[in-house]
Design a protein around this ligand. Structure first.
Ligand code: HSE
Length: 425
């Protein structure tokens, strides 16, 4: 008799929440197909969680002790879909140390420990992949690592947070206040009870730091990302921006400048002719500018159970295809230089509080033009609030802009400059 031993590729999922259960569902669907394709038995073997899962399809796989995963030599790959930072990071480190491949969707872990984990995977001759950590189901990490990597990537502009994109879209469409659209987003399960990570931009900051580290071949620390959330955007801003042909989007962006990488998350005016302006509701998109490709847009579902799980499966398939270690990416050893004060010339949107009188519109306009020059574009008063007006400046540096805003406040028609945003180019 000739015995042919069937190779086993057992997978464990740590954390069976929204994304983890999605990975299990896809594995149930696809394990026969994957086993055939890779000529080995590819299957879900264990799920580590402390929840009671009686009556669910996940119950037969449930284990509660980490050692049951880490000390099981038949488990080749560990999917870490635990939220938060410390426990999830510990589990990634432990799995790699045990010589298992790790795939995670946890961007907090990747942003904070991506370098160490990538290095540890290399040292242990396994792989650490995280396609699902940015843009949910949108392929973006692998395209940047492989497909676009002949390019010098010089700029990324992303809508990387579905919750805030839903809120900005809804605020404009339904003329809502920030508080009301936040409650709506919470009721629909997009925003969490503590909405800080989304609305203040920290979630998007981690994602743009991860993408930028890959794109610019130097580690970008998410704590260096200048972060302005959407709390101070009001309906009148959308209305006035639309008058000028712009939409307002929370843009997680980075670009190469002469002095280094400029990186921020902030609400910006995006021209309606730009592809990003058409990205609405919970959708995400990433615009990548490369030396050979020009602009490429990646668009799709940035969150959600099966879309995010799909990206995890992509990583699992990549590991089945190429389980041997790869070259270390440049960002593991080298940090990027981050530029904090830019002297780059940009355009700004300026919202002012001004007392409305019938005749005043022309006077306010001439006051704006006298301070900001003839190319400043006056957008008028908001129909929704007749003490709020806005304009868009000509190109100027941030320091010129701040000086001119002070000068404008001296104009008798202007009570105060109440909000400003950059215009995305
Ligand atoms: N809170 C995130 C978002 C989830 O709204 O986009 C996906 O990372």
């Amino acid at each position: 008799y000739l015995f042919r031993r069937i190779k086993m590729f057992n997978i464990a999922i740590l954390g069976c929440g929204v994304v983890g259960s999605g990975v299990a569902d896809i594995l149930f669907d696809k394990q026969a197909e994957l086993s055939k394709r890779f000529n080995q038995e590819v299957k879900l073997s264990k799920i580590l969680d402390i929840k009671n899962m009686d009556g669910t399809p996940y119950a037969p796989y449930l284990v509660t002790e980490p050692a049951e995963v880490f000390d099981d030599p038949s488990i080749k790959l560990v999917v870490v879909t635990i939220g938060g930072l410390d426990l999830a990071a510990d589990r990634c480190f432990a799995a790699l140390r045990a010589g298992k491949h790790v795939v995670t969707s946890n961007k907090a872990v990747v942003a904070a420990y991506g370098r160490e984990l990538t290095k540890l995977a290399y040292e242990n001759n396994v792989r650490f992949l995280y396609e699902a950590s940015v843009g949910g189901g949108i392929p973006i990490i692998r395209p940047m690592n492989i497909c676009l990597s002949a390019n010098d990537i010089y700029e990324i502009q992303g809508i990387l947070n579905g919750t805030t994109n839903y809120m900005l879209t809804g605020m404009y469409k339904d003329k809502m206040s920030f508080d009301d659209i936040l409650k709506d987003a919470q009721a629909k399960g997009y925003a969490e009870a503590d909405p800080t990570a989304d609305v203040d931009g920290f979630d998007a900051a981690r994602k743009i730091a991860i993408l930028s580290s890959i794109a610019y071949n130097g580690f970008v620390d998410f704590e260096d990302v200048k972060c302005i959330g959407i709390r101070n955007v009001i309906y009148a801003d959308h209305e006035l921006a639309a008058t000028g042909g712009f939409a307002i989007k929370l843009i997680a962006g980075s670009k190469i400048t002469e002095k280094g990488v400029r990186i921020s998350v902030e609400p910006k005016l995006v021209s309606k002719s730009s592809m990003l302006a058409a990205v609405n509701s919970v959708y995400n998109a990433v615009l990548v500018r490369g030396s050979y490709t020009g602009d490429s847009l990646f668009y799709g579902q940035g969150a959600g159970k099966l879309a995010t799980a799909s990206a995890i499966l992509g990583d699992i398939i990549e590991i089945l295809e190429a389980p041997e270690r790869q070259n270390l990416p440049a960002f593991v050893e080298k940090a990027a230089t981050i530029v904090k004060d830019s002297q780059e010339k940009e355009r700004f949107y300026v919202r002012v509080k001004a007392e409305f009188k019938d005749t005043e519109s022309e006077e306010l306009k001439s006051c704006i033009n006298s301070v900001f020059g003839d190319n400043a574009v006056y957008l008028g008063y908001a129909l929704s609030d007749n003490s709020t007006a806005a304009f868009i400046t000509d190109y100027c540096s941030e320091s010129e802009f701040n000086n001119k805003c002070e000068e404008l406040a001296n104009c008798s028609y202007v009570e105060a400059v109440t909000y400003t945003m950059r215009v995305a180019e």
